[in-house]
Design a protein around this ligand. Structure first.
Ligand code: APR
Ligand code: PHB
Length: 397
């Protein structure tokens, strides 16, 4: 039996778990991380890559933004395209200089893991948390399995940063929260291709064939997505078919889509999921463990890291001033931003996906919104400020 003791026991070495571990270290609060998967698996997992202003500020404050500053690509705007007509939303101009950066989520995870391990942080890969107990006492315990051996991680608090399929949410007492779900009737087929991006800024496009998104990873790697049916398989999507759909859906006067070899193809379902309590006693949830947003707008990782900011504030107040006030307000402090992001992600999803017949009432409402965008600076500002992420101060009472 392995026995470990720490102050904050963290389950999950994704962005939320690793930001939390590094941030606590800055405040001299001990943490131990356990992660089900191998380091290679976690660092190789292809996810979104949109880093909003708050996340950039946090990584900078933690001194963990050196590689992102070097390799990430700053974007000062985005193109929103509808029936081959594009509207440009300039972020800096509409939000007082806030921007986003494109830098793969797995690169952030890599940087955070490297920093944690270099500083001597304890992180157990290929270790499965099996049970969380005693979180209604001052000494909760995480039971785990590592290399066929059982262990107990004893701590003051459990931070469940263990994603949608983790045990954190399942452990919350059933009666302590409500959950909310939307399953969308479409998915995204995402590709990575060895080809220079055909655009200087991301393009979100509605087309009668369905949604498409042109994103990128570097000067030589493009990341693109097309809307597909939920029962689609990547086997039905040859490279030629993908490029042909992308070319049609992203079309605009004077725009040519460069094609290149595709080296990653996968399908992601789209859902919104929420629970309205992120804490029970000394068990606190952050990130995908507590909420899922559809990827239109790229909020997933940013929300996860925003939850962690509130969690760190709560732990610092507890350890430095013996106050439980921020632990008590953790759920509400985090939920305000989460609901805002849920609304924005749902709005962007419904605005740009084909939902029913082209030309239907729903289509006309989508088009009316984009037409309004063209004439209203207020509406463009609404999109811009949500896209780059509202500052933390906006959500203070
Ligand atoms: N024991 C240990 N680790 C676990 C367990 C368990 N029982 N269950 C899950 N995990 C690990 C997973 O292997 C994963 O590495 O928890 C980690 C959770 O990481 P993420 O899924 O990346 O979640 P989070 O850190 O909240 O980041 C949210 O990830 O899914 C994207 O779009 C999402 O960008 C968002 C971000
Ligand atoms: C990505 O680059 O993977 C990305 C960008 C924006 C999104 C979703 C994904 O809205």
């Amino acid at each position: 039996m392995i026995n470990i003791k720490t102050q904050v026991g963290i389950i999950g070495a994704g962005p939320s778990g690793m930001v939390l571990a590094n941030w606590l270290k800055k405040h001299d609060i001990d943490a131990v991380v356990i992660e089900l998967r191998s380091r290679e698996y976690v660092e190789g997992r292809v996810r979104a890559g949109l880093v909003e202003q708050n996340t950039k500020d946090i990584l900078k404050e933690l001194g963990l933004d050196a590689r992102m500053k070097k390799e990430g690509i700053v974007h000062d705007g985005v193109y929103l395209s509808f029936d081959e007509e594009r509207v440009h939303i300039p972020f800096g101009e509409l939000t007082g200089g806030r921007t986003i950066t494109i830098y793969g989520q797995q690169e952030i995870t890599k940087d955070l893991t490297d920093a944690w391990l270099q500083e001597g942080g304890e992180l157990h890969f290929e270790t499965m948390a099996t049970k969380i107990v005693d979180f209604d006492t001052k000494r909760p315990k995480i039971h785990f399995e590592k290399d066929d051996e059982e262990g107990i991680l004893e701590c003051d608090f459990v931070a469940a940063c263990d994603g949608f399929h983790g045990i954190g949410r399942k452990t919350l007492p059933k009666k302590s929260f409500h959950s909310y779900d939307i399953t969308y009737p479409f998915s995204w087929l995402g590709i990575l291709a060895n080809v220079a991006p055909s655009t200087d800024e991301l393009i979100y496009a509605y087309h009668e064939n369905g949604f498409a998104l042109h994103s990128l990873r570097s000067e030589t790697v493009s990341r693109l997505y097309v809307q597909v049916d939920n029962d689609e398989s990547v086997d039905n999507w040859s490279d030629d078919r993908i490029w042909s759909e992308l070319s049609q859906r992203l079309a605009a006067p004077g725009f040519d889509l460069e094609k290149g070899p595709i080296f990653e193809k996968s399908i992601t379902p789209m859902r919104s999921h929420m629970i309205d309590s992120l804490r029970s006693g000394r068990l606190l949830l952050a990130g995908d463990a507590a909420h899922i947003v559809p990827p239109t707008g790229g909020k997933g990782m940013n929300l996860a890291i925003a939850d962690v900011k509130h969690m760190v504030d709560a732990f610092v107040a507890y350890y430095k001033t013996n106050s439980e006030k921020l632990l008590d307000t953790y759920t509400n402090d985090a939920l305000r931003r989460i609901w805002r992001a849920q609304d924005f992600s749902n709005f962007m999803t419904k605005l740009f996906h084909k939902q029913d017949a082209h030309g239907s009432f729903t289509y006309r409402l989508q088009k009316a919104k984009v037409d309004y965008l063209k004439v209203s600076k207020a509406y463009r500002t609404t999109i811009a400020e949500n896209y780059v992420g509202l500052p933390f101060e906006s959500f203070k009472n």
